[in-house]
Design a protein around this ligand. Structure first.
Ligand code: CP
Ligand code: NVA
Length: 301
């Protein structure tokens, strides 16, 4: 594992290895066992979009591992004034030990990895959010014990979360049902990947069908960062796609609910469902542990 650009780049075994290390680091942190294995290492964090969880968990994670993190707003970097990614990548590689980037185009993240000589971590693009999915998988295994025979359901926009969840959940062995309105489906390449899993993958426009007997129900905002102007159109297109108590009646009685956050209560999820499912906040916490595992794998040694 040289970079973390998208879930498809990780083998099934690499995903499980990150999750096992994340569990170990979480245990060590809870028992005050120091793990300063990245002493002297620096992570640069480029942000072209807002963030609460990603920024804070990476910064705290580097600190707990004995290293340090630099917050680099793209508005203040020359990249924001048009300096090409290929130059930025080569320059930052001379100062840093790793780069985390949150931006719009997946190609920008791929170029950073191509031209730089240090590990690159995708902290969210319009196409993918692999760090979030590693934390989601960690949370599901923590609550359910194993992935085998679980049914994972995603209701909502076929966005970066849907793209990454489909790949990650199928790779660890869950069956996956996705409910999206026509016109808001996941990436065609991701759907082609999913088709290889046969009956284990289902795409429908019915949230009730997708949620039937699910062990975990996931949703995300209807308008992602950068789509604010489409919010009104999207609110109409996603009518009926709210994860509320009525929809949850279709899932198993002990089904988990997951949301990457931030959530828009009353749109993709009801306030009562969020409050009834505190595992959403375990999921947010696990961003820290899963990313520390990624940092150790990529920046360690
Ligand atoms: N889930 C997530 O990535 O949150 P932030 O946008 O706050 O980083
Ligand atoms: N789909 C959302 C995820 C936020 C963590 C977005 O891209 O804004």
């Amino acid at each position: 594992m040289k970079h973390l650009l998208k879930m498809a780049d990780l083998s099934d075994r690499e995903i499980l290895s990150v999750l096992n290390l994340a569990d170990q680091l979480k245990y060590e942190q809870k028992h005050n066992i120091a793990h300063r294995v990245l002493e002297g290492k620096t992570l640069g964090m480029i942000f072209q979009k807002s963030s609460t969880r990603t920024r804070v968990s990476f910064e705290v994670g580097m600190y707990q591992l004995g290293g340090s993190a630099l917050f680099l707003s793209s508005a203040d970097l020359q990249i924001g004034r048009g300096e090409p990614v290929c130059d930025t990548a080569r320059v930052l590689s001379r100062y840093l030990d790793g780069i985390m980037i949150r931006t719009f185009a997946q190609s920008e993240v791929e170029d950073l990895a191509k031209y730089g000589s240090i590990p690159v971590i995708n902290g969210l693009t319009d196409y993918a959010h692999p760090c979030q999915v590693l934390a989601d998988l960690m949370t599901i295994r923590e609550h359910k014990g194993a992935f085998d025979s679980l049914k994972f359901c995603y209701v909502g926009d076929g966005n970066n979360m849907a793209n990454s969840l489909i790949v990650g959940c199928l790779k660890v062995g869950m069956s996956v049902s996705i409910a999206c309105p026509d016109g808001y489906r996941p990436d065609a390449g991701v759907l082609a990947f999913a088709e290889r899993y046969g009956d284990k993958f289902r795409l429908t426009s019915s949230p009730e069908e997708a949620a039937a007997d699910a062990d975990a129900v996931y949703t995300d905002v209807w308008a992602s960062m950068g789509q604010e102007k489409e919010a009104e159109i999207r609110r109409k297109a996603f009518k009926g796609y709210c994860v509320d108590e009525a929809l949850m009646k279709n899932a198993k009685s002990d089904a988990m609910v997951l949301h990457c956050l931030p959530a828009h209560r009353g749109e993709e999820i009801s306030a009562s469902v969020i409050e009834a499912h505190p595992e959403i906040f375990d999921e947010a916490e696990n961003r820290l542990h899963a990313q520390k595992a990624v940092l150790v794998k990529l920046l360690g040694q």
